[in-house]
Write a protein that binds this ligand. Structure first.
Ligand code: PDD
Length: 279
């Protein structure tokens, strides 16, 4: 695979940044992940708009324009012959000579991008559904920023993996914030789609936004509000959304089944609708 680092296209195994890079030392950086379907970027403008917002929130100037970043994404897809997968973008505040916490002066941000192969459409777990576990949300207070500081999510998703679950739902003040790397939805007994409202408590998911719009266009009722695990366990359906999974049914929470423990028709339908939108 070919990666991009600071102006150069290089083999991924040879791609390098300094050990003094502030992404490495301080997690002083931002990332984005866009899906690729049949060689085409999915909902990419939404991801790049969020990238611009995230870097703005931490006062990190992008070293390239959004138009140039788009070109690099496309060039990576072409050079790698990528059909289905992901494009990863990371921008950090660069490598300074020392380890000053405050922003260094005259340091160029590091821009790094690579692709990976993933057949999201045909993922086996989309047919079976996944289990989730619950963990306390121990993250910082600005989860609306897509920062590379992901230790809380690493630990949450490791706990899920050890429990044989596909995702961890993070809980704060008795309510679900979101998944370790996904947005959380339920469908209530009254056929209302519920997902937490955007705020600094969650990342504003691009897939979440598209799914809410697509659902509303099909006359599904959507309520943007927080929900509890008790409510999720009484729901008809549950699912997660993300660039790397699109829409994935959730059939178990902490070992207890959601409804009959099978992927629900609404989640499956929304997955198909999203895939049509993505193509
Ligand atoms: N994760 N919430 C969190 C905490 C996330 O990390 C993500 C995405 C989402 C879903 O956002 P979107 O629909 O825009 O992908 C929600 C990416 C895929 C990742 O970390 O790999």
């Amino acid at each position: 695979p070919i990666a991009y680092v600071n102006g150069d296209f290089v083999p991924l195994s040879e791609a390098k940044v300094s050990v003094l890079d502030r992404g490495f030392l301080f997690a002083d950086g931002i990332y984005e992940v866009s899906a690729v379907l049949d060689g085409k970027l999915v909902d990419n403008d939404s991801h790049l708009a969020r990238l611009e917002r995230s870097v703005g929130e931490i006062k990190l100037p992008l070293p390239e324009t959004i138009a140039r970043i788009k070109e690099i994404q496309r060039e990576l897809i072409t050079r790698n012959g990528l059909k289905d997968g992901l494009v990863y973008i990371q921008v950090t505040r660069g490598a300074d000579v020392g380890r000053d916490f405050a922003f260094p002066k005259g340091v160029k941000p590091t821009l790094m991008m690579f692709t990976s192969v993933k057949d999201i459409v045909n993922a086996a777990s989309a047919k079976t559904g996944i289990g989730v576990i619950t963990v306390p949300d121990i993250r910082w207070a600005r989860r609306d920023i897509k920062s590379v500081a992901l230790l809380a999510q690493v630990l949450a998703k490791q706990a899920a993996a050890e429990a044989g679950a596909g995702e961890a739902w993070m809980i704060e003040d008795g309510k679900v914030t979101e998944g370790g790397s996904s947005s959380a939805f339920i469908l209530t007994k009254d056929d209302v789609l519920v997902t937490r409202e955007n705020s600094s408590a969650i990342l504003p998911g691009c897939t979440r936004k598209a799914v809410v719009k697509l659902a509303e266009e099909r006359q599904l009722r959507v309520e943007e509000r927080a929900f509890t695990i008790e409510e999720a366990l009484k729901a008809k359906e549950a699912f997660i959304t993300s660039a790397s999974s699109f829409v994935q049914p959730v059939v178990k929470i902490d070992g207890k089944t959601v409804a009959d423990g099978k992927p629900g028709p609404t989640a499956q339908r929304l997955r198909e609708i999203y895939i049509d939108f993505a193509r």
